[in-house]
Design a protein around this ligand. Structure first.
Ligand code: ADP
Ligand code: ASP
Ligand code: MG
Length: 410
């Protein structure tokens, strides 16, 4: 049985006409003899609408009920699309996450997929040519509905492709591939024909929302070839594959940005063993992801610690810090939610020096102040004032010559 997974994002399913274009993509694969797993998102804007609706009803919506609410968006898409296929005589049916089931842990709102009943799916594929699966959702082992975090339909699709050993997982979206940076921010961005899993992982982790981070982790772990492409065009998009399959090895392959950042500074905490643990343990216990951390040199037995968290978790993080403030001797707590992170990414950085210097010089040329820096083997990230995000992205894109065809590594 030849199986293919095709995932269509929110803009691709926003209304009847767009769904007809999706239908054409599915029919093309059916004609080639594939059994097709179609994974759909909620219609564009629907998840945001539901989140805002919930906030009218509750100041702090119950996470479990929130997931019951949010899963309805994808439920509408799969029901309507299945009707469309059936009217054409296509042997299809819809499937919600819990019907498969796609089992997850119980972290409502950011659940992780634990297992998928692939045997049941294979049996269904003997009876149906197309299974239309609701993305972004699953259930825990007690049958509670869960969601996989924003952009989670990508992860549903790749996980299904891995479970069914599908030939490829196609991610159809409103751009025709992965670009050197967000094409909606930088008109000179270039489409990347092939990108390595690790590079894509960094791009996604650093804010390129074209693929959800977990979907790339799954793809890498199970070696699923992912093809990011446009619903509205026919040409090939970007293949996300193993590093050795990537022909071009360039120093820098992309620039990403993330506006979902907030900076918290603890002033004059005791400079002694255990203080960092007393700050970061309770944050971890509340599932708050801390990103950059900087500790300043000690002055008279005291030091400043600055770190970043997701903007929506800033208030909770501050509440937690206020509770431990006394124990760690912090004289003050400052915070700033108007910051963003820009990152320069490339596996080629492993073998090149001077990348950071080029990035810093480029930011300086536009008088953009760097608030924090963090690096890994294949990326450099700078925290800056949010208002400079787009300018920083375009400046870095140009400084690394990303608007031009890449030169092969020497
Ligand atoms: P979907 O609803 O189809 O899942 P998303 O909005 O989640 O689509 O992801 C596609 C968007 O990702 C694009 O419209 C684009 O603005 C953004 N994006 C950010 N970085 C990149 C990048 N490097 N390449 C392509 N798109 C990017
Ligand atoms: N509908 C969800 C969201 O908007 C999941 C997805 O589209 O992937 O985040
Ligand atoms: Mg998405």
């Amino acid at each position: 049985m030849k199986i293919i997974v095709q995932k269509f994002g929110g803009t691709s399913v926003a209304g009847l006409n767009r769904m007809k274009q999706v239908k054409a993509k599915v029919e093309k694969k059916l004609k080639k003899g594939y059994k097709v797993i179609v994974v759909l998102s909620a219609m564009a804007g629907e998840t945001d609408r539901l989140i805002s609706l919930a906030s009218d009803f509750s100041k702090n919506p119950d996470p479990c009920e929130m997931d019951v609410l949010l899963t309805t968006g994808e439920q509408v898409s799969v029901a309507l699309f299945s009707m469309l296929l059936k009217d054409e005589g296509i042997n299809a049916r819809s499937l919600l996450g819990f019907q498969i089931p796609i089992h997850t842990d119980r972290s409502y709102g950011k659940a992780r997929i634990l297992e998928i009943d692939d045997e049941k799916l294979k049996k269904l594929l003997e009876r149906y040519d197309v299974l239309v699966v609701a993305g972004f959702q699953g259930c825990d082992f007690q049958h509670n509905l869960t969601t996989l975090g924003r952009g989670g339909s990508d992860t549903s699709a790749v996980a299904l492709a891995a479970a069914l050993k599908a030939e490829v997982c196609e991610i159809y979206t409103d751009v025709d591939g992965v670009y050197t940076t967000d094409p909606n921010v930088c008109s000179k961005a270039r489409k990347i024909p092939k990108i390595a899993y690790d590079e894509m992982l960094e791009m996604a982790s650093m804010g390129a929302k074209v693929l959800q981070i977990r979907s790339v982790e799954f793809a890498k772990k199970y070696n699923v070839p992912v093809h990011v492409r446009s619903t509205f065009k026919d040409e090939p998009g970007t293949l996300v594959v193993k590093e050795d399959e990537v022909m071009e090895s360039v120093m820098v392959s992309g620039i990403a940005y993330d506006k979902d950042q907030a900076r918290i500074t603890l002033v004059d905490v005791f400079d002694e063993p255990g203080v960092a643990a007393r700050i970061f343990e309770p944050l971890a216990a509340h599932n708050i992801v801390v990103d950059m951390i900087v500790q300043n040199p000690s002055h008279e037995g005291r030091t400043d610690i600055t770190f970043t968290v997701s903007r929506k978790e800033m208030d909770t993080a501050i509440e937690i810090i206020e509770r431990v403030k006394g124990e760690i001797g912090a004289r003050d707590v400052f915070y700033d939610p108007q910051v963003s992170k820009v990152s320069v990414i490339g596996v080629g950085m492993r073998n090149h020096s001077g990348v950071a210097a080029i990035a810093f010089k480029a930011l300086k040329s536009e008088n953009i102040n760097i608030l924090m820096i963090s690096t890994s083997e294949i990326k450099i990230s700078c925290l800056i004032e949010e208002k400079y995000t787009e300018l920083a992205v375009r400046t870095l894109h140009e400084a690394f010559g990303l608007d031009k065809e890449p030169k092969m590594e020497q």
